[in-house]
Design a protein around this ligand. Structure first.
Ligand SMILES: Cc1ncc(COP(=O)(O)O)c(C=O)c1O
Length: 522
């Protein structure tokens, strides 16, 4: 091992038999603390606060009052420690590379956070008079202009709150446009290489969903798609770049054929980070496309939290866009809502959200765009693609890359489980990655590939970080090919060992129940 001049090793010392270490009395491992459920730490008989009993007032709940609800009482310090210990068991992009494919877990620049926390943006009330929030409306308007320019489209609906919500918005606009011309249609075509939310959205909108197969090289089967077009087809939903990490080169030809058949093209733009600044979907004939601000423009992915999925629209669909939207009138910004829409936006299909969308995401995304500039955004796409190809080519000698021969990949590298020893699976490699200190890659998706492993490194990772990840994945692939039985027991070093994933999915235990007296006595 190389030593620094101070005598310290340059690489961490590896303890090969760490999992053989004796158990500790507490269950803690070094400074990584074991954590019990909050109900097991606190007692329902105690309280962490010292308030005088509430005065007996006449009830205002009309008989809906509950009795004791059994919340554990903890002191402030115990509460803070409980949640801090739990948070340390989370993996996060701020701890290390997060290779989840189709998720774009990139670094969220701190500048974005600083901008979003400025009181003028963070403390806004959605019902504040428009004259008092001109700066916020200007931000929404400027971001909208950037999105329209970057995509080469005609208009943008800013309010949808996630990618899937954006898909719903796009399909509702398509349905309104068809109904406006008295041509309601019933079918949406979804290629096999599309993201799973696409068929779900189409079905949610009441359309019949029909699959279009992928070619052996992982792209939409153009002949099968054009053969299926007809007067019942409302739209085709295409993910580009697709979930195999490939660019759909035939998209313009597909769009022309779809338009000739009187239908619309919905493009799932969640992977826009691979082409931003290089390709404008509007030039490829797209009619509607959502952009996941929380991916391409680096706003954080909240746990079920603050996503944002603005939808860019073609000229044909713009009249049906949802309310509200921001319009510039001279030197003022005006929010067009129901009352003002009557005269010049009567075709709107309605409203998707109560207010205006995710202001905190808008400020972050605009900060990201302005700090990169047009050339910086182009470099984002180039580096995202370069990093993914680096991973693909560094590992295709040990892992099967089913579409490795279809040319360079876009922003994600796709591998399959072909060639692993009998009985070894993608899951074993994923669990092994946890021991190596990485969040696992996306597993078993896309469905067109057996035992898929989808790796999206993003443009924000350095070569050193990629090399460390490649080293880890290479070693796991070699172990899985050699039939190293120990891999089947991974993870060894995580707070919990391998769980029964089927049982956890089929019979999840999501609520805590107080033990019975007999159980408590055991
Ligand atoms: C290709 C693709 N489409 C759509 C979505 C849905 O986006 P959201 O999770 O914001 O609803 C995702 C999210 O993972 C995606 O990767």
């Amino acid at each position: 091992m190389t030593m620094l001049k101070e005598g310290r090793p340059t690489a961490p010392v590896t303890v090969k038999d760490a999992h053989m270490a004796p158990a500790t009395a507490t269950g803690n491992r070094a400074l990584m603390l074991e954590e019990a459920l909050i109900f097991e730490i606190g007692s329902t008989d105690t309280t962490g606060v010292d308030f005088a009993p509430a005065p007996k007032l006449a009830t205002r709940l009309g008989g809906l009052e509950r009795g004791a609800i059994g919340l554990p009482g903890l002191s402030e310090q115990e509460t803070v420690r409980h949640y801090t210990r739990l948070s340390r068991q989370n993996y996060a992009i701020d701890l290390g590379l997060f290779p989840l494919g189709s998720c774009t877990m990139k670094h969220n620049p701190r500048l974005n956070e600083k901008v979003a926390r400025m009181p003028g943006f963070a403390d806004l009330h959605p019902l504040a008079p428009q004259s008092t929030v001109q700066g916020a409306l200007a931000v929404i308007h400027e971001l909208a202009e950037w999105l329209v320019t970057l995509t080469g489209m005609h208009a943008v609906a800013m309010s949808p709150k996630a990618g899937a919500h954006g898909e719903l918005c796009g399909l509702l606009a398509i349905r309104s446009a068809l109904e406006a011309r008295g041509d309601a249609r019933s079918v949406v075509l979804v290629p096999e290489s599309a993201h799973g939310t696409n068929p779900a959205t189409a079905a949610f909108c009441g359309y019949k969903v029909e699959d279009i197969p992928a070619t052996p090289e992982g792209r939409v089967d153009l002949a099968a798609l054009t053969a299926r077009l007809g007067p019942d087809v409302a739209a085709v939903m295409i993910t580009n770049p697709n979930t195999c990490g490939l660019f759909e080169r035939d998209l313009k030809t597909i769009s022309d054929a779809v338009h000739a058949a009187g239908a619309f093209v919905y493009c799932d733009g969640a992977n826009f980070n691979a082409i931003v600044g290089r390709v404008r979907p509007g030039d490829l004939g797209v009619d509607a496309m959502h952009i996941n601000l929380h991916k391409t423009f680096s706003t954080p992915h909240g746990g079920g939290g603050p996503g944002s999925g603005p939808v860019v629209l073609s000229e044909a669909l713009a009249p049906y866009a949802p309310l509200p939207f921001v319009e510039r009138q001279g030197d003022r910004f005006v929010l067009i809502e129901e009352e003002s829409a009557e005269d010049h936006h009567a075709g709107t299909f309605g409203r998707m959200v109560a207010f205006h969308g995710q202001m905190g995401m808008f400020t972050r995304a605009l900060a990201y765009i302005l700090s990169h500039g047009a050339d910086g955004l182009r470099q984002v796409a180039e580096d995202a693609v370069l990093n993914a190809n680096y991973i693909l080519r560094s590992l295709d000698d040990v892992l099967d890359a089913p579409f490795g021969g279809s040319g360079p990949c876009m922003h994600e590298a796709l591998f399959s489980d072909k060639g692993l020893a009998d009985g070894f699976t993608t899951l074993d490699i994923a669990k092994g990655l946890i021991d190596e200190g990485f969040h696992p890659m996306t597993m078993y998706f896309p469905l067109v590939v057996h035992g898929a492993m989808l790796v999206e490194p993003t443009e924000t990772e350095s070569k050193a970080a990629l090399d460390q990840f490649i080293m880890a994945l290479r070693s796991l692939a070699q172990r899985a090919k050699a039939g190293d039985e120990a891999l089947k027991g991974a993870p060894y070093h995580a707070p919990r060992r391998r769980l029964d994933e089927t049982l956890a999915a089929r019979k999840p235990v999501l609520t805590w129940e107080a033990p019975t007296l007999a159980q408590a006595a055991e």
